[in-house]
Design a protein around this ligand. Sequence first.
Ligand SMILES: Nc1ncnc2c1ncn2[C@@H]1O[C@H](COP(=O)(O)OP(=O)(O)OP(=O)(O)O)[C@@H](O)[C@H]1O
Ligand SMILES: [Mg+2]
Length: 385
Amino acid sequence: MTAGPGTPFGANQRMIEREIERRVAEHAEAWFPQGGGRPTVRLRLVTSRPRALLYAVYTEQESRQPTILAKVRRGVSQPAGNDDGARRRPRLATDQLSVSQLTALEYAGLRSIHATFADASPMFGAVRPLDHLVDLDTILMEYVAAGTLRELLVGERRLSFNKRSARNRGATEVWGRAGIWLRTFQTSMLIDDLPARQSRRADVVDRFNAYDEFLRSRIGRRSVGDIATRGAQLAQSVLPERLPMVVGHGDYAPRNMFAGEGARLTVFDPMPRWAVPRYEDLCRFLVAMRLLGLQLHTHGLAYDREGMQRRESQVIRGYCGESPVPAAQLSCYQLLIMLDKWSALVDESHGSWRTQARAVSVRLAVPYLRSEAARLLSSADSAES
Ligand SMILES: Nc1ncnc2c1ncn2[C@@H]1O[C@H](COP(=O)(O)OP(=O)(O)OP(=O)(O)O)[C@@H](O)[C@H]1O
Ligand SMILES: [Mg+2]
């Protein structure tokens, strides 16, 4: 029996759970030879999201520690891409993948990451992928008992009681490691015949123009100012005509990495779907760090400037190693990613009463977004001069 298209998901949930339990019971001895004997399998629903259900799977009697994480994908496919009409926002990625394709890609990504990082260095961990239940759009992977880097960053905010404990966990090294990890990933992943996006300077300029048009039409010329047009000019002047391309992680952000004991970094949730410009993932990470929900909604008050600057420098230094830092190109790409996120926020805050409240908070965040954009533009200026 499969959870095929058109079948109401709720009706299948029980069946999927039974199937996961059956599969784990059958294979747990092989996956965890030290475990001893055929286990009694228990499932606990950790989160139910529109696109995925996540289960902690327990295979050890009495243990409070899960051994496996089951990720069951579901729901609608990704929204369509670059339809730049009045309602739809512009995007960097343009295609629609089915739930099954997304699941297969994530599993393949986890396998590649595991092959590269499992024994690479004590700096890094790797999630062990265990099984792909193709008919159920489900992945079984080893459970990692650690908080995410996002949680660690939240713990480091001003006025946080956890601040000291975050420091004690060697939190500072982890930022540099996020850079080193990315460079290692890009070196080890083969581009093969992955489709490419924004491989030419002209494509980047085109996206700046698309975000400009979209944001002007939705939040007004005064709110967006000349940020995106200056981004387009910056792209013209600092990017090469053809951009160096690498395999993209897909969502390289602090919420998709675990920061374990001793600042051990374990990256998960890969979607290596595209060949992307080399700096995209690095800049995606930096923008995610700078625009962390909290920071956005407190309009920059949650973290001090110097602290953010220090983390950012550590990430970039980790990524670049001894090579020179292409500062103006990085600012340019961060600006592009920021406009993408800004457009997403504006787009999401359209419609129901729930999103109305969000719209207000997005409007209130405009000054912060603008100041971030100004910071990027001015750091590009000083890097160029
Ligand atoms: N292997 C794992 N071990 C333990 N917890 C995990 C594991 N994989 C995921 N999680 C937990 O589940 C959460 C969501 O996982 P994941 O990022 O794969 O799903 P997602 O639906 O893509 O979420 P998001 O959109 O927030 O990135 C993670 O933040 C983490 O707390
Ligand atoms: Mg994720």
